[in-house]
Ligand binder design. Structure first.
Ligand SMILES: [Zn+2]
Length: 478
């Protein structure tokens, strides 16, 4: 029996798989066991043809392939390559010793080309963890450029790989490690709304979940979609994680450059809970695709309440657990939540520009939706008004401010002054702040002080923090 190492990606993590190939005398046959999916079983046809078309023969004997451990579901065509190598080693075409501490993964075409596979970043992490070399399709070179390193070998065909493994051919050079982390900041010109812009800048710094309220056409969505430019550029480690997630979801396109920007995910309000949180088939949900970036819920009250309910766990723990075929997957979901909402179904409740045409019943029903399962997870609220005459005459400036211009060097955790503490306690009594509301107001005040580079949280910082809890359309939410 020949053992060839491979791996499989479940969720966004790679797992080691032993591909055991046995060739026995008997009636010719080819069987794959060990929880293979339909795609894996079809490997038999691809391997047979690839071997023949590369000039090798397929044994006229009984070939049995076992994928172990049996309990992990196996999907994808990446076992083609290790299976073919196992068969060839059996025939003495490759010495078995070259398989030691190497993970092989690749799909074979009928002609013997090694074709692109998905999940290579997760496999690369697996290989690094177990100290193995990794052999991948040459077509995965853009991801390979991201991984880099000597432990990587790329090959474009079975014939070439065999020649390389038997010392008759050189490996193609690895792509140069050229990852450009350009933080191109998309900016927009929006008139007025100084308070909302300021609120978003504070919310971005402290990663506070924020809701933008206001009538249609005041720029809520435009501001929300550009707010992710306020977040700092990604570290290399974070870039790997984000690419791993998008690759697992099948969202990385072949030949396209790896993602280097923080994600912005803005699912439509008709999204299902599985789409938002993640599905049992293992596809990451929007909350995972938004990891280290922004999850924008535009028209928040229109979202399915059941789907929103599922956000509680990931919001509290920054990760989500999904059970799939007997084992549970953990996906990261550390996102910044921004939501937008109209104050009433027609949008003009409290507006000075237009009359609200909603009935009392409409408004009550709408408020119940707004108050739904998640409202207490928002830490900041800001109400955007229709622009004044003066604001309309203003010359708009680009937003968000350039990252380089917003850097302040204050202490990370400024101390609470006695006056600020007193103000917070007064507010708690007068405005019946919840425990969660009390804690998050203090947290926001701390972020405001940081934003100013101050060493202490002053009364003014606290007063501004309280505004973001209560300044939203009066009496609408609280
Ligand atoms: Zn209305």
């Amino acid at each position: 029996m020949i053992l060839v190492r491979s791996g499989v990606v479940s969720g966004i993590e790679g797992f080691l798989i032993d591909v055991e190939v046995d060739v026995r005398p008997g009636l010719p046959g080819f069987e794959i066991v060990g929880l293979p999916s339909k795609t894996v079983r079809e490997s038999r046809e691809r391997v047979r043809s690839a071997l023949r078309n590369t000039g090798f023969r397929f044994p006229a004997q009984k070939v049995i392939v076992n994928l172990a451990p049996a309990h992990i579901p196996k999907d994808g065509a990446l076992f083609d390559l290790p299976i073919a190598l196992g068969v060839l080693a059996h025939q003495g075409m490759v010495p078995e010793c070259v398989f030691q501490d190497v993970i092989f993964a690749g799909e074979l075409s009928l002609s013997g080309k090694i074709k692109r596979i998905s999940g290579v970043l997760s496999l690369a992490k697996l290989a690094a963890q177990c100290g193995c070399q990794l052999v991948l399709p040459l077509e995965n070179r853009s991801e390979a450029a991201l991984i880099g390193g000597d432990h990587l070998l790329l090959s474009d065909s079975l014939g070439h790989l065999i020649r390389h493994l038997t010392g008759q051919a050189q490996a193609p050079p690895l792509p140069a490690h050229r990852l450009e982390v350009h933080s191109s900041q998309a900016r927009v010109t929006i008139k007025g709304q100084a308070q909302a812009k300021r609120a978003l800048e504070i919310a971005a710094l402290g990663r506070h979940h924020i809701m933008l309220l206001g009538p249609p056409g005041v720029g809520k969505t435009l501001l929300a979609t550009h707010a992710h430019g306020l977040l700092p550029p990604l570290s290399f480690e974070d870039i790997l994680t984000i690419n791993k997630i998008h690759e697992a979801a099948g969202l990385l396109h072949p030949h396209s450059a790896p993602l280097t920007e923080r994600p912005l995910r803005a699912p439509h309000h008709s999204i299902s809970q599985a789409g938002l949180i993640g599905s049992k088939t293992g596809r990451p949900g929007e909350i995972t695709l938004a990891h280290l970036g922004v999850l924008l819920l535009d028209e928040f009250p229109e979202f399915n309440q059941g789907a929103l309910q599922g956000l509680r766990e990931p919001l509290d723990h920054k990760q989500v657990q999904i059970s799939r075929a007997g084992h549970s997957l953990v996906y990261p979901s550390d996102f910044w939540l921004i939501a937008t909402a109209n104050p009433c179904p027609c949008g003009y409740l409290g507006s000075s520009v237009r009359l609200c045409t909603c009935t009392g019943r409409d408004i009550n029903r709408y408020r119940r939706k707004l108050r739904g399962p998640l409202l207490d997870r928002f830490e900041m609220f800001v109400y955007l008004r229709s622009l004044s005459e003066q604001e309309l005459r203003e010359k708009p400036s680009p937003w968000p401010p350039l990252r380089s211009a917003t850097k302040k060097d204050g202490p990370h955790s400024p101390a609470l002054s006695a006056e600020a503490d007193r103000l917070l306690h007064q507010a708690q009594e007068r405005l019946a702040l919840s425990v969660r509301g009390f804690a998050s107001t203090r947290q926001i005040a701390r972020t405001i002080a940081r934003c100013a580079g101050a060493s202490h949280i002053t009364q003014a910082h606290m007063a501004e923090a309280l505004q973001y809890r209560f300044q939203s359309q009066p009496n609408l939410l609280f």
